[in-house]
Design a protein around this ligand. Structure first.
Ligand code: SF4
Ligand code: SF4
Length: 323
């Protein structure tokens, strides 16, 4: 009997109800393969840790194929943070040394299943057939004929395939929070000390954990820049090195930024981003007392806001850099 493998297809970010033609084709093809069960969920990164989709995934013990618009490393650690664990399986976009053995240790609460998670970045493929074949090769089913259309021979088709296509409805909204790669993390806790918003905490083993993800300031990637191990990812950030691309040259990025931004190093840049996050969300001010009319400010007084303008411009420039 063929072992069952769950295929998780994550909808594109911001499109909780839609499934484009590419993903639909992949879902249909894989649902038609014996032993594969396809499940559709909203965008993986936006799922609530205790929502129905993550609860369902935590209940699975089978091997898992994850198809999401995320770098594989980011998808793996997003799931790991929510208790969906295993080892990262080999796929064409991962080097041998990037696959992870099952992580065990005092920071892992509860048993870690001895199973494999193969993570594929949907954005890296233009041909759905290529993705389907690479999935089949990864899980050891390479060469298996896949039905091209309903009614063709070779695999389950029609009602049998559609019965294997399972959808989990969950209302989501766009989220922004750090994801830790514990294979890289050295437990220095610099992230905990750096963040002013209480996002990080420590677990029973004194390892960092993202304790209050919703406290993270949208768009702020500051702690990813100060992490000495490159262990912090923001999967939705425009810079691949911060979003979890293992091939992006984080060190080169730092060097380039230092040169471009008036000699700023990553620590200074992170401090600027943190300061902007602070300024972007000031505490509510008490109602102002009525004041007599004031003369317009002189040039010298109005210049007091210049550093903030420069700060915003500087950080925006960094975000726009396509390095
Ligand atoms: S700063 Fe990076 S390496 Fe240090 S504890 Fe935080 S995630 Fe781990
Ligand atoms: S990105 Fe900024 S707000 Fe979010 S956890 Fe890091 S330092 Fe804190």
């Amino acid at each position: 009997m063929t072992a069952q493998v769950q295929v998780l297809i994550s909808r594109p970010p911001g499109e909780p109800q839609s499934l484009d033609g590419f993903a639909r084709t992949v879902a249909y093809r894989l649902a038609a393969v014996p032993g594969l069960k396809v499940t559709l969920v909203p965008h993986l990164y936006d799922l609530a840790p205790d929502g129905p989709a993550m609860q369902y995934l935590r209940g699975l013990q089978t091997d898992l194929v994850v198809l999401a618009a995320l770098y594989p490393r980011a998808a793996f650690w997003v799931l790991d943070a929510c208790g969906v664990r295993g080892r990262l399986g080999r796929t064409p976009s991962l080097a041998e040394e990037e696959t992870l053995e099952t992580l065990t240790g005092p920071h892992r609460q509860g048993p870690t299943p001895q199973r494999t998670l193969w993570c594929f970045d949907l954005r890296a493929y233009f041909d759905p057939e290529l993705l389907v074949q690479e999935v089949l090769v990864a899980i050891g089913r390479g060469g298996l004929p896949v039905a091209a259309e309903k009614g063709t021979s070779g695999s389950q088709t029609g009602p049998a395939a559609e019965a294997a296509w399972h959808e989990i409805a969950e209302v989501t909204s766009s989220r922004w929070y750090p994801v830790i790669d514990f294979q890289q993390c050295n437990d220095c806790l610099e992230c905990l000390n750096f963040c002013l918003f209480g996002v990080y905490g420590v677990d029973k083993a004194d390892r960092p954990k993202v304790e209050h993800p919703e406290a993270c300031r949208p768009g702020c990637p500051a702690c990813a820049r100060i992490c000495p191990a490159g262990a912090i990812m923001f999967p939705q950030h425009g810079d691949p090195a911060i979003a979890g691309d293992p091939h992006a040259a984080r060190q080169a990025l730092r060097l380039d930024l230092s040169q471009v931004l008036r000699g700023l190093g990553p620590a200074e840049l992170a401090a600027l981003e943190r300061a902007r996050a602070l300024n972007a969300d000031p505490p509510a001010a008490p109602p102002a007392e009525p004041q007599p009319p004031q003369p317009p400010p002189s040039d010298s007084l109005s210049g007091a806001s210049a550093p903030l303008v420069d700060l915003d411009t500087l950080v925006d420039d960094v975000d726009k850099l396509d390095l």
